[in-house]
Design a protein around this ligand. Structure first.
Ligand code: FE
Length: 187
């Protein structure tokens, strides 16, 4: 009798464990699905950050199908597929006018002409973003190299790479793709 009772308890415990495990999996799948599918609403609040220096910038999140409608082929390739335009072919590498360079994906201000310099590379180059929180960096290990990728902090669009061979005062070179930016002249 005791044996039967133990068996009953054991099978109850196994069933409970199974139900619990499936529940967790379903919850996790739901979370992933909502991350991937929801961005139709296109705006998403970032999680609260403990760092005082981080702003509560509203992120722009859209599926590729949406970006394809809004961007031309070159913009989509560079911004969303981390492409690189050919040197000396972009519209801004030799631009010397005064103004602000905005993200061609979401319009966030990225760089000021005040920090633009002639790097001789054929890509528009800056020694500093217009605001540190507007350009994010991330380690990029593609093509057998370790580089620092620069991204728009609002829409995550690929902008280019950052190197440490820039001029003073920062010593940085933000090597950007013209196609990732829209220049707005200030008179
Ligand atoms: Fe952007």
């Amino acid at each position: 009798m005791q044996y039967v009772s133990s068996l009953r308890w054991a099978s109850f415990a196994v069933m409970f464990a199974l139900v619990f495990a499936c529940g967790s999996r379903a919850e996790s799948n739901r979370a992933q699905a909502s991350n991937a599918d929801n961005p139709q609403t296109s705006q998403q609040k970032p999680q609260q950050s403990s760092s005082k220096n981080k702003t509560s910038m509203t992120k722009v999140v859209k599926p590729d199908s949406e970006w394809r409608k809004e961007l031309d082929a070159d913009e989509f390739h560079v911004l969303r597929e981390k492409g690189t335009e050919r040197a000396f072919t972009g519209k801004y590498w030799d631009n010397h006018r005064k103004g602000v360079y905005k993200c061609s994906g979401c319009g966030l201000e990225l760089f000021s002409s005040d920090t633009k310099f002639d790097s001789g590379t054929g890509w528009p180059s800056f020694w500093q973003p217009i605001a540190p929180e507007n350009v994010e960096t991330e380690t990029d290990r593609t093509y057998g190299m370790v580089r620092t990728e620069a991204k728009c902090a609002r829409c995550g669009g690929h902008l280019g790479h950052v190197f440490d061979d820039g001029p003073k005062p920062t010593g940085l070179r933000y090597c950007m793709n013209s196609v990732s930016m829209e220049f707005v002249e200030k008179k």
